[in-house]
Unconditional design. Structure first.
Length: 196
């Protein structure tokens, strides 16, 4: 079995660093390698004869740069959904602590309960990832609905729902553990009082 190196393979090995520099120029250093990786995956998944034909005509550099540029700037490409969309969210980081978007009306009872119980909830939420913790805080502290929070943040409603559900489960486990601990300690106190 003989290994036949194609024109495209020769081109990529010769110009890989230069192509990666172009990718970094389009999307920055952090995403440049991902864009280059996505470009290589595109080449491998696509029709190899098409690339061979383009390479033999001497137009592969321009074709790959065009594909990289489309991947870098179009919001309909696999690269955007896999890498860039999430990075844009991070760079457009919302300050969850000052996210006071009009929503349901606050009342003093709810505000008092929230401020009283938030330190206990914070202890539990401290074990959660940042996203789930902050979504929980904003959702309850500012009394949002799933729809108002989704609209305010641009985060999918289902994603918010799942984050809240995970946070609630963790808090429920904490409350159950606290109840069991209090129940066992009250039984011990009762037993000690009876012994006296």
């Amino acid at each position: 079995m003989t290994d036949c190196i194609t024109c495209t393979q020769k081109f990529l090995s010769k110009h890989y660093d230069r192509l990666q520099d172009m990718c970094c120029m389009y999307v920055g250093e952090e995403l440049g390698q991902d864009l280059m990786h996505d470009l290589c995956v595109t080449i491998l998944e696509d029709n190899g004869e098409k690339y061979e034909d383009i390479c033999n005509r001497g137009e592969l550099w321009y074709y790959l740069i065009r594909v990289a540029k489309i991947n870098a700037f179009s919001k309909t490409t696999r690269f955007y959904y896999k890498y860039k969309k999430h990075k844009e969210r991070e760079t457009n980081d919302l300050d969850f602590h000052v996210l006071l978007i009009p929503n349901k009306t606050n009342d003093q009872r709810t505000d008092a309960w929230t401020s009283q119980h938030m330190p206990n909830v914070d202890a539990v939420l401290g074990t959660l990832p940042f996203f789930e913790r902050e979504i929980f805080r904003v959702y309850y502290l500012h009394e949002h609905t799933l729809n108002t929070l989704s609209h305010a943040t641009g985060i999918n409603r289902n994603t918010i729902h799942k984050a809240l559900r995970r946070a609630r489960r963790k808090i429920d486990k904490y409350n159950q553990a606290q109840s069991q601990a209090q129940g066992s300690s009250s039984k011990e106190v009762s037993a000690q009082e009876e012994a006296k």
